[in-house]
Design a protein around this ligand. Structure first.
Ligand code: FMN
Length: 200
């Protein structure tokens, strides 16, 4: 039995390919680990806030000195980090918007990457402080990035691998539905992506 956190960052609801792919990953996880529970966080519909001065002020104010306003401001970040700490497995839906992740997912990342909380610097450099979690990324793209001329322009995979590893989430597997905008490929893209899911 595992605790699964499903992060959604597509605004497309029932039509979303990344939600479909994320759900397919979760179905396989539930089959592998009966009794698993899922917490779903929809960053777009929940209007996860972009990082503003109030958040930063609160991050850099020691907990015991925070004002009531600081405490409200830091809650998005604290709750999002707690969700990660509570989970064994994190499934992140990552639709491609303009060659990278949706800004709602970037906002969430900006709130969970916190000096002294999820990573620290010491004489050896940066160390991620979240240990022992598995991450699956459900990446969906209109074009194809695993081969061919567009390959250098997938900024999602290198970015997510870098930022998640920075906070200690180093065990990352990416599954994709790609070519959803390409005639001749789009008809089989979903089936191909879902059948590529092999848990590790
Ligand atoms: C505003 C917008 C920007 C997009 N930008 C790209 C892009 O840069 N590259 C790409 O391959 N597909 C792009 N797409 C296509 C989406 O990545 C594709 O539809 C994907 O399935 C979206 O995932 P979702 O269905 O979960 O929302 C874009 C789609 C929209 C609506």
């Amino acid at each position: 039995m595992k605790k699964i956190l499903h992060i959604i960052s597509s605004p497309r609801g029932a039509a979303s390919f990344s939600i479909k792919l994320g759900n397919a990953i979760i179905e396989k996880l539930k089959a592998e680990y009966p009794g698993s529970t899922v917490k779903e966080t929809d960053l777009v519909n929940q209007h996860f806030p972009h990082l503003e001065e109030a958040h930063l002020t609160s991050f850099f104010t020691p907990a015991e000195s925070r004002t009531p306003e600081n405490i409200i401001a830091v809650k998005h970040s604290d709750d999002a980090i707690q969700d990660i700490l509570d989970a064994d497995i994190i499934v992140i839906g990552a639709p491609m918007y303009n060659f990278t992740i949706h800004s709602a997912l970037k906002a969430w990342l900006d709130h969970i990457v916190r000096a002294g909380v999820t990573f620290k610097y010491d004489e050896n450099g940066a160390e991620g402080l979240i240990k022992g979690k598995k991450v699956y990324i459900a990446e969906t793209t209109g074009a194809i990035y695993t081969e061919g001329p567009m390959q250098p322009f997938d900024f999602i995979e290198p970015y997510l691998k870098t930022i998640l590893s920075h906070i200690g989430l180093t065990d990352i597997t990416i599954f994709r539905i790609e070519g959803t905008a390409i005639p001749g490929i789009q008809d089989t893209a979903v089936e191909k992506g879902i059948s590529s899911i092999i848990l590790n």
